[in-house]
Design a protein around this ligand. Structure first.
Ligand code: ADP
Ligand code: MG
Length: 355
């Protein structure tokens, strides 16, 4: 077990800088997830922690050691990739024990570690099979087993579930959490899937464009996104955004309605009001009129795609059963305390409170 500290880390490929000074503390024993869109620098950062990529500047500290100049095998980490990278000519047991064999660990100890890992991963009956005779989920488990037998201080995962079908992904998420509870090791996990991040992480690091945008517990990010990017990225369907102006302690929406809210620092100017789809309610006396485009019942809830009178698309999710044809008008409302407010220019969150 070890904490990991990433301090002012930059990465440039030639003249192209792809990470711009990232600071993250990964607590000892935590399940921390780096999440962000494709190309934002997640794999690059993980590979730098692993020692597979040179750090342009800054420090990576594992435990209490700066590891910038340590080779990968000396960092006490184990990495699991999306493409399982198993040896096709070796059995499951041989694949799992391979790194220990290379490190000249005695055979009996390898056998014991492989047996324990196989039990944890439900692979006991497959130890003598070769990878091509396994399902995708089983192959991914072998790749995890290969990491577990090394008993590293830090596990690094790069989109390990992306090649699996939806059902298997769901199952593996639960198993990974259970594995984390059992091993108690520090785990750093990369994904582009915010649901994966929300359901598995103790701590989420949202990344975009080579910057860490916000670090926090899943529901902290959900309840108090630090900027428009995080607000739009975390949560599905995504948060609705409406343009407005803040003046005199009120927010004036484009449709002419006003919302009375206390704005921190008496902010005035262009703002974006954020409302999550599940915080909109049908309300005959509500302030917003929307025109229905599409209604999708999922059984447990109804998803409504609509357009405001100003032509802004809006999504609403309700546990009520709504029947309306496309083109019909619905009147909706919201609780002011559920609104989010962002500075349109800086995109940063503005603190508000209901009056
Ligand atoms: P992610 O894992 O978040 O999808 P990556 O870390 O793989 O993103 O990539 C971040 C950025 O760095 C991308 O713009 C990518 O094109 C660039 N990049 C990654 N590897 C290299 C490389 N070896 N040479 C040049 N650019 C690279
Ligand atoms: Mg990647």
């Amino acid at each position: 077990m070890a904490q990991v500290k990433i301090s002012q880390v930059r990465k440039a490929y030639g003249s192209l800088e792809v990470l711009h000074g990232v600071d993250i503390d990964i607590p000892d024993g935590s399940f921390s997830i780096l999440v962000g869109p494709s190309g934002c620098g997640k794999s690059t950062l993980l590979r730098m922690i692993a020692g597979l990529e040179v750090i342009t500047s800054g420090d990576i500290i594992i435990g209490d050691k700066v590891v910038n100049d340590l080779s990968s095998p000396k960092r006490d980490i184990a990495m699991v990739f999306q493409n399982y990278a198993l040896y096709p000519h070796l059995t499951v047991a041989q694949n799992m024990g391979f790194s220990l064999k290379v490190a000249r660990v005695p055979k009996a100890i390898i056998a014991e570690k492989v047996k324990d890992a196989a039990e944890m991963l439900g692979l006991t009956d497959y130890l003598n099979r070769r990878p091509q005779k396994l399902s995708g989920g089983q192959r991914q488990r072998v790749a995890m087993g290969r990491a577990i037998v090394r008993d590293p201080s830090v596990f690094l995962f790069d989109e390990p579930l992306s090649n699996l079908d939806a059902k298997m992904r769901g199952q593996m998420r639960t198993e990974l959490r259970a594995m984390h509870r059992r091993l108690g090791s520090t785990m750093i996990y990369v994904t582009h899937d915010q649901i994966e991040a929300m359901t598995m992480a103790d701590q989420i690091i949202v990344m975009n464009d080579g910057y860490a945008q916000q670090v926090g517990a899943p529901l902290e990010l959900y309840d108090r996104p630090a900027n428009l990017f995080v607000a739009g990225f975390i949560g599905a369907p995504a948060m609705n955004f409406l343009s407005a102006k803040a003046a005199g302690g009120q927010v004036h929406l484009a449709d002419g309605t006003r919302v009375q809210i206390q704005i921190a620092d008496d902010f005035e100017g262009d703002v974006i009001v954020g409302i999550r789809p599940e915080h909109l309610v049908l309300d005959a006396n509500g302030p917003l009129e929307i025109t229905v485009d599409e209604i999708e019942p999922t059984g447990s809830e109804t998803h409504i795609s609509a357009t405001t009178q100003q032509g802004v698309p809006i999504k609403m999710v309700t546990s009520e059963r709504v029947t309306a044809d496309s083109g019909e008008t619905l009147t909706i409302g919201y609780e002011v305390k559920k609104l989010h407010l962002f500075d349109a220019k800086s995109t940063n969150r503005i603190s508000i409170s209901e009056q």
